[in-house]
Design a protein around this ligand. Structure first.
Ligand code: PXG
Length: 480
């Protein structure tokens, strides 16, 4: 009888995990099946079908292997997420143990599970400034979507339902659900799928190199922060619910805030009584050399969203950290918060996240980024500053951007944007190193466990790719 079967042991489950349960196919077969059935995210389907995917079959440490057996150094930690590196037996075991004990239960209908409780407690401990309450989701997009509902509900409960507008930044990325994309500032995403949602507004990002390279960064930092003040004044302070931004803008081109920017943003939010939301989906969990980007930049957010590094990408899990101000209102005046997901607080994902945090603690990965590999990456990338294609090298901790420009003397960008970056990225990929491009900025965000020798390999591959790209310029059909 099914219900009477003995609970499987962890050992049996571990054996099943390692069993080769997928058929082995040739690369050509995998490519053909992929092209026939799979619609990839953020992908031009026709172009991919013509070219074929690279099939990644396994990984360890900072390396991936493709179906041809080629080793690839992952300078992006997957998609900015595999912070503790691939192949962590501890995380496999944590998942297997939890699956054996309780693979799934939910947090609806007045129930809770030990992994979700323990992870909530641990997150309250490591996040700053009274962010003591957690709403779990499965992705960064859902976390930010949750924030939209929550801050509007907060203001409604406070008797100010007209405070609905959320201000974000151009080229900010907060996810791909309809609402998170509206809150983000990616114009290509706004253009697809019909008219934009109401009550979102975007200010320019504090991109010193693009907007004001000849201005003192500190002066520019204050000016860029005041774009928020101007927007709030224009919309009407009584209509603005919140401002959301990434401590360092990631997918929008690796924009490191100039000195003074965040302090002034904080002052403006306090002045207008606007909630401040830090999207820490990329910056959280050590990427900037502190546990959270908010600590690196002295931000005191009312709400913080987390994903990616929370489980190092091993399982999908994300979280909204809610501070005292909003939490008190939700508890005291809230009634039912009519929102949630089947997998909010999934016990297996929570168990893996708890173990991820333990690994980071045990191996002092945050300190490693701050004191060792972060400065080393920036020092090594600094050697590229004299390359004729390089306009700026910028970064913080283990996230860095190398901006490519047409002419260093006149500070001219390439037109159309993106062709040069894409070509340089292709040269990196061909050299079996993953460094991606956002328009014409090359981006690095490796696992926090990367070694100095691996950083050397990343930077020398990028140097070589820059030389090749330089030689290719005449073929790229660029504006003079
Ligand atoms: N906020 C930030 C700051 C992000 O970077 C999200 C929210 C959304 O998270 P989910 O888990 O829903 O994807 C992200 C995601 C890229 C790239 O090309 C970046 C992300 C996702 C996919 C690609 O750099 N960031």
């Amino acid at each position: 009888m099914r219900g009477c079967r003995p609970v499987p042991t962890t050992a049996r489950i571990a054996a099943a995990v390692t069993a080769d349960s997928l058929p082995t196919r040739s690369t050509a077969d995998w490519r053909a099946l992929d092209a026939a059935h799979s619609l990839h995210p953020f992908t031009d389907y026709k172009a991919l079908a013509a070219e074929g995917s690279r099939i990644i079959t396994r990984a360890d440490g900072c390396s991936l292997w493709d179906s041809e057996g080629t080793e690839i150094l992952d300078g992006m930690a997957g998609l900015w997420c595999v912070n503790v590196g691939y192949g962590r037996r501890e995380l496999v075991d944590a998942a297997a143990r939890q699956m054996a004990e309780l693979p799934y239960y939910n947090l609806f209908f007045k129930t809770a599970t030990p992994p979700a409780i323990e992870l909530s407690r641990r997150l309250a401990e490591i996040t700053p400034h009274g962010l003591d309450h957690v709403f779990f989701t499965n992705s960064g997009s859902e976390a930010n979507d949750t924030v939209i509902r929550m801050v509007r509900q907060y203001w409604a409960l406070e008797g100010r339902p007209e405070r609905r507008v959320i201000i974000g930044r151009q080229n900010g990325y907060h996810g791909s659900t309809v609402a998170a994309a509206a809150m983000g500032g990616m114009s290509a995403m706004h253009k697809q799928g019909g008219p934009p949602l109401p009550d979102f507004h975007h200010i320019r990002e504090p991109h010193h190199f693009k907007y004001a390279h000849d201005q003192d960064p500190e002066v520019f930092g204050l000016e860029a922060a005041r774009w928020l003040d101007e927007a709030i004044q224009a919309i009407g302070p009584g209509r603005v619910a919140a401002f959301i931004a990434e401590p360092v803008q990631g997918a929008g081109g690796l924009i490191v805030p100039p000195p003074g920017y965040w302090a002034e943003i904080q002052r403006i939010c306090v002045h207008h009584d606007v909630l401040l939301i830090a999207d820490e989906v990329i910056c959280g969990f050590g990427r900037t050399g502190q546990w959270f980007g908010s600590q690196t930049f002295g931000i005191r957010p009312d709400i913080m969203t987390l994903a990616k590094g929370l489980s190092s990408g091993y399982l999908p899990i994300a979280a909204v950290m809610v501070g005292q101000r909003v939490a008190r209102t939700l508890f005291d005046k809230g009634g039912e918060f009519v929102h949630g997901f089947t997998y909010s607080g999934h016990p297996t994902a929570c168990a893996v996240a708890l173990e991820t945090i333990s690994i980071m603690d045990r191996e002092r990965l945050v300190e490693r980024v701050r004191e060792d590999v972060g400065p080393y990456l920036m020092e090594r990338l600094g050697t590229l500053r004299d390359h004729p294609l390089v306009g700026e090298v910028r970064g913080r901790g283990l996230m860095a951007g190398v901006e490519l420009i047409r002419d260093r003397a006149s500070h001219a960008f390439f037109s159309p944007a993106g062709k040069v970056g894409t070509r340089c990225r292709d040269h990196c990929f061909n050299a079996n190193v993953i460094i991606r491009a956002v328009a014409d900025t090359m981006i690095l965000s490796p696992p926090l466990v990367i070694s100095r020798a691996q950083i050397d390999r990343l930077v020398s591959a990028l140097a070589e790719a820059l030389d090749r790209t330089q030689r290719d310029l005449p073929d790229l059909d660029l504006a003079p």
